[in-house]
Design a binder for this molecule. Structure first.
Ligand code: ATP
Length: 296
C-alpha cells in the first residue's frame, strides 16, 4: 500500500509553518525521513498519524483518505512518538496484556500468543517479567515497537527512535525495525545519516518543512559519482578553502590536519582526489542548497 501526500501545509498558532506545500510518495519497506532539528519531521509524522490537522493538502494510504477518515487509518497504524511518557510499575508482559485488552482482544489464549510473538520480535521475551519503567532506553524503544505491533499495523511511524541510544542499543533497535519493515510501510525519522544508510530502501531529506531530495540511498550516492573530491589541508586554511570551493564537510586527522570533502562536477584543482560518494555528502548538498534537488 502506498502513502501519498499532496501539497501538505501546516502552520502552528504561533505562525511557524512547519510543513510547507510538501509532496511525498512512500511505498512498502523502510522509509527514512532525514532532517536536522526543527526540519518538520515530527510535525509531518503527527499529521500523518491524524494527531493534528493540516491547513491544506491531502494524505491517502491505499484507498484510505487519511484526513477525512481518521479512524480507518488509526486501525492499521502503529505510531511511536518521540517520547512515550512515564510507564507504570508493571512488567512488559502485564502491560502488553493490558494494551491488548484495550485493543479489544478478549480471548486470553489469543492475547498470550500475540504477546509472545511481539516480545520475541523485539527481543524482549527474556525480560518480559521486568518492569518496563526499569528498562534501558533501548529496551523502552523496543517495547514501544512491541506495543504498536499488537494491532498488526500496515503503516508504522517511528519518530527519532534512535536519539539518545548507545551504539549497541541502537544497533539492536535497527535490527528489530528491519525485521518489522519487511511486509509493511515503516516511516522512520532521524537526524543520523548512518541510520538511513543501514536501514532504509528509500529516503527523503526534509528541511524547512519541504522535501529537498527523495531517492534510494544507493541512487543518491550514484548521482554523485566522480563529483566528490577530497584534500588534506592545514586547519588554518579551512576558511580560505570554504571561500574558494564548495566544502561539504571537514574531518580532523590525528595530526590536526583536516580532510575536506568538496562537491564539484570536475576536479577542483590538481591536488584534489576523487572519492566514493557517501550518504553524508548527499545530505550536506541538499541542506546547503536548501532547494529541492531533483537530480543533483
Ligand atoms: N506545537 C507546536 N507549536 C508551535 N510550533 C511548533 C510546534 N511543534 C513544532 N513547532 C515548530 O515547528 C518547526 C518544526 O518542528 P518539528 O518538531 O516538526 O521538527 P523536527 O524535525 O521533528 O525537529 P526535532 O528533531 O527537533 O524534533 C520548528 O520550528 C518547531 O519549533
Amino acid at each position: 500500500m502506498k502513502l501519498v501526500i499532496k501539497d501538505l501545509t501546516k502552520t502552528y498558532k504561533n505562525g511557524v509553518k512547519a510543513i510547507d506545500h510538501l509532496n511525498l510518495e512512500i511505498g512498502t519497506g523502510m522509509f527514512g525521513l532525514l532532517g536536522p532539528n526543527g526540519a518538520g519531521k515530527s510535525s509531518l509524522m503527527r499529521t500523518i498519524a491524524t494527531l493534528q490537522k493540516p491547513d491544506s493538502g491531502t494524505i491517502t494510504f491505499g484507498d484510505i483518505n487519511v484526513l477525512e477518515d481518521n479512524m480507518a487509518l488509526r486501525k492499521i497504524l502503529g505510531y511511536l512518538p518521540q517520547s512515550f511518557g512515564v510507564y507504570p510499575k508493571m512488567s512488559a508482559e502485564a502491560l502488553l496484556d493490558y494494551f491488548a485488552t484495550l485493543k479489544g482482544i478478549h480471548s486470553k489464549t489469543e492475547r498470550q500468543a500475540l504477546i509472545k510473538e511481539v516480545l520475541e520480535i523485539t527481543n524482549l521475551y527474556e525480560m518480559r517479567k521486568k518492569y518496563v519503567a526499569g528498562y534501558s532506553g533501548g529496551m523502552k524503544q523496543r517495547f514501544g515497537i512491541a506495543q504498536l505491533l499488537l494491532n498488526n499495523p500496515k503503516l508504522i511511524i517511528v519518530d527519532e527512535p534512535t536519539a539518545g541510544l548507545d551504539p549497541a542499543e541502537r544497533h539492536r533497535f535497527l535490527n528489530v525495525l528491519r525485521e518489522v519493515g519487511t511486509n509493511c510501510t515503516v516511516i522512520f525519522s532521524t537526524h543520523i545519516v548512518e541510520d538511513v544508510k543501514e536501514l532504509c530502501n528509500d529516503m527523503a531529506i526534509l528541511n524547512g518543512g519541504r522535501i529537498l531530495k527523495q531517492a534510494t540511498p544507493t541512487q543518491a550516492r550514484l548521482e554523485l559519482k566522480n563529483r566528490i573530491w577530497t584534500k588534506t589541508i592545514d586547519r588554518d586554511d579551512l576558511e580560505a578553502h570554504e571561500a574558494q570551493f564548495n566544502v561539504l564537510s571537514s574531518n580532523y586527522n590525528e595530526d590536526n590536519s583536516l580532510n575536506i570533502r568538496v562537491f564539484n562536477d570536475v576536479q577542483p584543482s590538481a591536488d584534489f582526489i576523487a572519492v566514493e560518494p557517501q550518504l553524508d555528502d548527499v545530505y550536506f548538498i541538499a541542506l546547503k542548497s536548501d532547494e529541492p534537488v531533483a537530480a543533483l
